[in-house]
Design a protein around this ligand. Structure first.
Ligand SMILES: Nc1ncnc2c1ncn2[C@@H]1O[C@H](COP(=O)(O)OP(=O)(O)O)[C@@H](O)[C@H]1O
Ligand SMILES: [Mg+2]
Length: 368
């Protein structure tokens, strides 16, 4: 690949709110380290890299991009600051400026944050999803359904384990009602209720544009969790290092799975990624049902690309190094998505000096 000007665009809660936050808060610190690691890796591939921190002023960003004229925007925008819908808005804005952008397009990013819409599309396309998948906007709606317990209750538009804890798996109608009330009240979003899948859980890494490549499967191993704690990737299991959930949950990659089951899981995940319009790279969460068959929990578009974890770890097991992974992500940005054009709606030419207005001579009206 030729030498490119790459702009890594990212945002962070800490820097957007710098008066309120301490600069060494750990998530902001980790994020900055990851961004620097990415920049170093891309420079190692021979690209010119500039890091753009988004602090909310889009016209400033537009001017900066006009000046820098990057060949591609490496999208590391996260919704932490402005909420779930802003991931898709940022991607749309960049495309309207006419720049290629890494990862999924706006529509897929929006869908991957609206689990119910995404799951409904998958269901329509014949991809298996958890039974009883229902969106509840009011607690009273619990009474309008016939439920098969156990169930799991999510906030409808969160990600990264937010709102998922020990009370998320419910066995009675009373517990269901309490959990739906808690989700609607605390997260100000509808509750997504589904049948609880009791089987093994897999994360499926996906890489590529027109041609998708599925990475070796990773399995979430809950077998060491104490009795009474539900086997789910809760917020604690993901982020709270001191919790028993975190200490007793591990990811095994590559997972030990019979080849025919691995092929079925991989195929199901790749179809789910395509159905919602994912592009470039993704991670699909899948769980087995009581018959041992895979059902899709969610499609993560633009998942974490940090070295050594998640998608990057699965890619390594396929012999794809970290630099090769980032290069593949950039390559996919130039491939598509299909029917999209690099057609700026706003001017991307450097600003010209203001021109003097020429006054048009008014045509002289002749007396008739
Ligand atoms: N229907 C389900 N059955 C069993 N476990 C589930 C189900 N839905 C979610 N989970 C568990 O909850 C975790 C988080 O759910 P997920 O939909 O992946 O949301 P997040 O965006 O928080 O990762 C999953 O990794 C899985 O362990
Ligand atoms: Mg998940």
């Amino acid at each position: 690949m030729k030498r490119l000007r790459v702009a890594i665009a990212y945002n962070s809660y800490e820097e957007a709110q710098h008066e309120a936050a301490s600069s060494d808060s750990s998530s902001g610190h980790h994020l900055r380290l990851m961004i620097r690691r990415m920049a170093r890796t891309l420079r190692g591939l021979g690209h010119d890299v500039v890091i753009i921190h988004l602090a909310g002023d889009l016209s400033k960003l537009q001017r900066k991009l006009k000046r820098l004229r990057p060949h591609v925007i490496f999208n590391q925008y996260d919704d932490v600051v402005h909420g779930a819908l802003y991931e898709m808005r940022f991607a749309a804005f960049i495309r309207m400026l006419g720049y290629p952008i890494t990862g999924s397009p706006a529509l897929a990013l929006g869908l991957s944050r609206d689990k119910y819409m995404a799951l409904s599309l998958m269901k329509g396309a014949g991809i298996p999803i958890p039974s009883d998948t229902t969106l509840l906007e009011r607690v009273s709606a619990v009474d309008g359904h016939k439920w098969h317990f156990p169930l799991i209750v999510h906030p409808g538009q969160e990600h990264a384990g937010i709102g998922m804890g020990r009370d998320s798996v419910v066995h009675t109608k009373k517990a269901l009602r309490d959990q739906v009330r808690q989700v609607i009240g605390s997260y100000k979003q509808p509750a997504l209720v589904q049948g609880f899948l009791p089987g093994r859980e897999f994360n499926v890494g996906i890489l590529g544009g027109r041609k998708l490549r599925v990475m070796p499967l990773a399995e979430v191993d809950y077998t060491r969790l104490p009795q009474g704690i539900p086997p789910i990737m809760s917020y604690a299991a993901k982020w709270v290092e001191t919790s028993v959930e975190f200490k007793r949950t591990r990811v095994i990659c590559p997972a030990r799975v019979e080849p025919s089951l691995a092929a079925l899981i991989s195929d199901t995940a790749a179809r789910a990624f395509r159905v919602i319009g994912g592009w470039g790279y993704g991670r699909v969460d899948v769980r087995l049902d009581e018959d041992g068959l895979p059902r899709v929990l969610e499609v993560n578009c633009n998942p974490c690309l940090d070295k050594g974890i998640g998608l990057a770890r699965s890619a390594e097991r396929a012999g794809i190094s970290y630099p090769e992974l980032l290069q593949a992500v950039i390559r996919a940005a130039f491939e598509g998505p299909p029917y999209d054009m690099h057609l700026p709606i706003f001017s991307t030419k450097p600003d010209a000096a203001p021109r003097r207005r020429r006054t048009r001579r008014q045509p002289v009206k002749r007396p008739v």
